[in-house]
Structure formats: structure tokens, C-alpha cells
Design a protein around this ligand. Structure first.
Ligand code: PLP
Length: 410
């Protein structure tokens, strides 16, 4: 039986208008209404095609509807979708084994969203501080970096330095110390005997793809080891192939105590996140102390296992590195021609546009009109993070379109 693709009954403009009175205004999306997608390309309600250069903030590292991932999901949908952790399911052990092996760590705590993985790591680090390190009750601190992005829960925005993420949402959770990113001396000064962990992004995505100096991640590893606190790397956006390695920390040959994964772990199909850690850390959790109804569900585990299988070949990491050269070369050629500066690693770039040409939002809208989807971050910065499956031809075409827009003005 073939199923005809469903067609939207309303136009893009009607659908955008229909959202306004019924949908919370917590986003400001570009005015494109996506109805179908495959690989690096999406199609709107009217059948216009766009190259997706955002890839769901790295949730779509393998592109839209990667055949192996869709097949794994379909197979599992016909078998078993949810048990809750009240029972075992036949997919979870294999998922945890393969994910631990992929990251070089021992144990997995499966959750759903990225923010939940971060929350879980905060709880685990505090419990480890009390049970293993011997920090007095309720005194544990966690050191974080300025301009971080770790999610949107009450506790996580408590240690955000972005006023728009915090204002109006207090009172906040105590126990966090904020230091400048990429500053080892400040980090070391903030650590004391109450410190459970240092929590950082190996590359700050939301801040504009901010890459720390060479040696920073090795330094964080050294300082945390020497002072006896945990190194938690939030690889929710930087991990799973994006930077040309399985994890971004691999660029400095560093193994953190705890790695947080999400976004691409769900293959662009379902939310799947995980805290992956050394046994000494995750073993502090006992039955009843933490959990999630959907965490580790068989559908998530089946898709997550298929994601790990794709990464085990190394093909996507290599592809990110190769296409990353095309991206870097293309952006280098635009510096001084509308691009002020950029930062790139693998297939991931933050591009600072000359503000005289337009805001990041205006550039994003101009690119959209030319069939390229990107997202601005702060001010005049746009973020490029296409699916790792993008062809060199498509990537070159997108860079050419950006060049034209920078020449003409947004
Ligand atoms: C997206 C993101 C999160 C939060 O993930 P959600 O699934 O949106 O909750 C946390 N940390 C980093 C680095 C992220 O990029």
C-alpha cells in the first residue's frame, strides 16, 4: 500500500496567522512553514525548497529522515514503544552498552531532553560531592562559565548570564559560581572544597560557536583532577560528529568524568538524552532517587542505538571534517567582504556579519528568501550547522548565496 503524502489544507501565511492567538510566543521563528524534508533539504507548504543550514541546532546531524534511523524507528514502532522503567525492555541494555563504548565511559543515565540531562548531572554531581567527596550537606557548589547555554529549566537559568533567559523567572537555585569562559586562572580560583563539579560546553554554541584556546579543555581536566571535582562536558550540541570528532573534547584528547548528550542522539526523530559517566559517579544513584517515565523507552533506545551505529563507522565524523574545510575556506574568502570574523570547527560556524549590512535576523530572512535556512544568535552573528550529510555542492551553493546577499545588503 502506498500512502499519498498529506497536503496542508492551509497556506503558509494562514498557518503563521493561526499560530498567533493559540501558541505561546516564546519563539520568533523565520516565516517559513516546513511540511516535508529529506536529507539536507526541506520543503514548505507551497512546495518551495530550502537548504537546511541549521539542522535543528544539531538535532539533525544525520539529516532529515536518515534511512537507517527511520527504519530503526519503524521497526520499533511495530514491536514495542513504551514500558516505563518499572519493567526492563529489550532495547535498553544494548543502547547503554554501545553509548558507553562510543564515549569511552562506563555508565549511562537515559533521559529525554538536553535540559533534563543537565539537571540530572547537577543532581548526580551534588550527590557525588556528599557521598564520595564528603562535602557537608547542602553546601555543594558547581562552577560554570559565563555566556553558557545549558537549557531552560528553573535551575539551569539560575546560572545563565543571559538576562532574557532569567528576567522574571526568579527566585533562583543557589549553589553555582560563574567564571569567564576560557579563563583557567579564574576557574581555579572559584574551586574550593565545596566544589562538586565544573560544568562547561567544550564549544559554546548558543554564545556564537565560541571555541576556547588550545589547551583550555586539557587545563580544565587537569585542574578538576588535581582539586578533586568532576569535569562535566555538555556535548549536547557539540557532540556526536558535529566538530569532526565523536565528542568535541577529543580535539584535546580529554576524557571528562561526565558527558551530556542530547539533540542528535534522537536522530531527529524523538527526544533522547543521556548522562554518560564513570561508574564511580553514576553509581551514587539508588532506586527511587531519580528517574523519568519516558527516559530509556524502547523507541528512544532503538533510535539512539541506530545513531550510535552510524557514528561507530567514523564516516560522519570524517564527513564533518572534510565538509568543514569547504565551510572554512568559503568563510575565509568572505572576511572583509561583509564577514567581520568567524569561528569554525568541523561543520559548525559562528559568523559575525558587518552590522552595517544587517542584523543577524535580517541576514537570516534574506537567506530564507533565497532558499537557505539559518538562524541568528546574538546581534549580527549567524550560526551555520548543516546536516553532516550535506554535499560539497550544496554547501558551496549556500556560501555563494551568502556572498551575494553580503554584496547586495540584506
Ligand atoms: C540545546 C542545548 C541544551 C538543552 O537541550 P534541550 O533538548 O533543548 O533541553 C543544553 N545544552 C546545550 C549545549 C544545548 O545546545
Amino acid at each position: 500500500m502506498t500512502v499519498a503524502p498529506s497536503r496542508s489544507l492551509r497556506s503558509s501565511a494562514e498557518l503563521i496567522r493561526a499560530e498567533e492567538p493559540v501558541l505561546a510566543h516564546n519563539y520568533h521563528p523565520l516565516p517559513v512553514v516546513v511540511a516535508r524534508a529529506e536529507g539536507a533539504w526541506v520543503e514548505d507548504v507551497e512546495g518551495r525548497r530550502y537548504l537546511d543550514m541549521l539542522a535543528g541546532y544539531s538535532a539533525l546531524n544525520f539529516g532529515h529522515r536518515h534511512p537507517a534511523l527511520i527504519e530503526a524507528a519503524h521497526r520499533q514502532l511495530d514491536q514495542l514503544t513504551l514500558t516505563s522503567r518499572a519493567f526492563h525492555n529489550d532495547r535498553l541494555a544494548g543502547f547503554a552498552e554501545s553509548l558507553a563504548a562510543l564515549t569511552g565511559l562506563d555508565m549511562v543515565l537515559p533521559m529525554n531532553t538536553g535540559a533534563e540531562a543537565v539537571e540530572s548531572a547537577v543532581k548526580v554531581a551534588r550527590k557525588w560531592a556528599y557521598d564520595v567527596k564528603g562535602v557537608p550537606a547542602d553546601r555543594a557548589t558547581i562552577v560554570v562559565a559565563a555566556d553558557n547555554f545549558h537549557g531552560r529549566t528553573t535551575t539551569i537559568v539560575s546560572f545563565s548570564t543571559d538576562e532574557s533567559a532569567r528576567a522574571g523567572f526568579g527566585p533562583f537555585t543557589p549553589g553555582f559560581r560563574v567564571v569567564p569562559y576560557n579563563d583557567l586562572a579564574a576557574l581555579e580560583t572559584a574551586i574550593d572544597e565545596t566544589t562538586a563539579a565544573v560544568l562547561i560546553e567544550p564549544i559554546q554554541g548558543e554564545a556564537g560557536v565560541v571555541i576556547p584556546d588550545d589547551g583550555y579543555l586539557r587545563g580544565v581536566r587537569e585542574v578538576t583532577r588535581r582539586t578533586g571535582c568532576l569535569f562535566i562536558a555538555d556535548e549536547i550540541q557539540s557532540g556526536l560528529g558535529r566538530t569532526g570528532r565523536t565528542l568535541a573534547v577529543e580535539h584535546e584528547d580529554v576524557v571528562p568524568d561526565v558527558v551530556l548528550l542530547g539533540k542528535a542522539l534522537g536522530g531527529g526523530i524523538v527526544p533522547v538524552s543521556a548522562v554518560v559517566a564513570r561508574r564511580e559517579v553514576l553509581q551514587v544513584l539508588r532506586p527511587g532517587e531519580h528517574g523519568s517515565t519516558f527516559g530509556g523507552n524502547p523507541l528512544a533506545a532503538a533510535v539512539g542505538s541506530a545513531v550510535v551505529e552510524l557514528l561507530e563507522t567514523g564516516e560522519f565524523q570524517r564527513r564533518a571534517e572534510e565538509a568543514g574545510v569547504v565551510l572554512r575556506d568559503g568563510l575565509t574568502a568572505l572576511v572583509g567582504k561583509g564577514v567581520r570574523s568567524f569561528r569554525a570547527r568541523g561543520l559548525w560556524a559562528g559568523v559575525d556579519i558587518d552590522p552595517a549590512i544587517g542584523t543577524g535576523r535580517e541576514i537570516s530572512e534574506s537567506l530564507m528568501r533565497e532558499g537557505i535556512l539559518v538562524k541568528d544568535t546574538h546581534g549580527s552573528t549567524i550560526r551555520l550547522a548543516p546536516p553532516l550529510t550535506i554535499t560539497n555542492e550544496d554547501l558551496t551553493m549556500a556560501l555563494g548565496t551568502l556572498e551575494q546577499i553580503l554584496r547586495k545588503g540584506a
